[in-house]
Design a protein around this ligand. Structure first.
Ligand code: TXA
Ligand code: MG
Length: 316
């Protein structure tokens, strides 16, 4: 059902005007494109959930122009959080902090903690600076599907459902932000993402990873997520019959599979390059003639952790 004639452009003021009117707009960030609305306007937040068909129990991240604005929405900023904010914001890091009454419960799905981040993309920074409210924004994909890293990805699925897509080019990082919070004063990672965990460890010391078997403290860390429509086989041995398979690999192509049925993400072996290209490759694989997708397991270090996390969920 088309509600809008969706315009794609780079007019920050046009996006700002629509957001002030309570509409939702797709915005570029360095990680993935977001589906943004006024976080303080419950009707705009409801529109985000409805456009994405996202269950209301799954909370949204607040996007702000500067980390110095966090204190307006939280009751406490632990010293380690302050250090991380100074070092990594703007950038692909989201912090979970205790919210105050300014943040609608709808945004946090009733949780006493709110997720906050400062995106690094220049167009979205300019947009946030021109607004007097924060933007709530999940990734701009239908719930459960692959996150968009270009304006065209957004348009392919949300075209007709939103008035404007702010086009900032392909996302630089290509994988969602790393999400961190505190439990009993200890820093915990809820979602590995675009900020390499070893960078955080340099400041915060050894990290604890929240495993998915624990209580769903971060409800969006759903077991099945980022999923293509085709069956995705992740890691393990290559199936005996590779006909009708589309493969996504790290640095080497797979013998026995035609070049048009595979994507090598980084022949140079650069995990950041692989992360940047991952979601576009999954979309191409999903749109291909193949019956199923095979994705290799990546080295468990740096951005490889985030890549494996996404592929694991995409295959679940
Ligand atoms: O890079 C990103 O983080 C992108 C860009 C657009 O900023 N956003 C993004 O949003 O990935 P989303 O909604 O697709 O994923 C955010 C995750 C969800 O799994 C959600 O459950 C979790 O963060 N989250 C958000 N607020 C939370 C809260 N208050 N407590 C626990 N988890 C929260
Ligand atoms: Mg998402």
């Amino acid at each position: 059902m088309a509600l809008f004639h969706t315009i794609t452009g780079n007019d920050v003021q046009a996006a700002a005007t629509l957001l002030r009117q309570g509409e939702v707009v797709a915005i570029p960030t360095e990680t993935v494109y977001g589906l943004a609305g006024n976080a303080l306007d419950e009707n705009a937040v409801i529109k985000i959930f409805e456009t994405k068909q996202r269950p209301r129990f799954n909370p949204l991240i607040l996007h702000l122009a500067h980390a110095s604005q966090f204190s307006h929405y939280v009751t406490e900023v632990p010293p380690v959080a302050q250090l991380l904010m100074e070092r990594f914001m703007p950038g692909p890091l989201t912090l979970l902090l205790p919210k105050n009454e300014r943040v609608p419960d709808l945004v946090t799905a009733g949780s006493p903690r709110v997720a906050l981040r400062v995106p690094a993309h220049p167009l979205t920074r300019a947009l946030l600076q021109s607004l007097d409210f924060p933007l709530a924004a999940p990734s701009a994909n239908p719930f459960g599907y692959i996150s968009p890293t270009t304006a065209a990805h957004v348009s392919a699925q949300l075209g007709g459902l939103i008035p404007y897509i702010l086009d900032g080019g392909p996302a630089e990082v290509g994988i969602e932000s790393t999400i961190a919070g505190f439990e009993d004063g200890e820093l915990v990672i809820y979602r590995p993402g675009g900020l390499d965990l070893s960078e955080i460890e340099k400041i915060a010391g050894p990290l604890r990873l929240h495993t998915s078997s624990e209580s769903p403290e971060a409800p969006g860390m759903l077991k099945s997520h980022y999923a293509p429509r085709k069956k995705l086989l992740f890691g393990g041995p290559l199936p005996a019959d590779v006909n009708n398979l589309f493969a996504i690999t790290f640095r080497d192509s797979l013998p026995g599979l035609s070049p048009e049925n595979q994507i090598v993400l980084s022949p140079a072996g650069d995990l950041a390059e692989a992360a940047k290209k991952l979601f576009a490759a999954l979309r191409l694989a999903d749109a291909s003639e193949a019956d199923a997708i095979y994705a290799e397991k990546f080295p468990e270090l740096g951005l490889g952790l985030a890549i494996n996390d996404r592929l694991q969920r995409a295959g679940a």
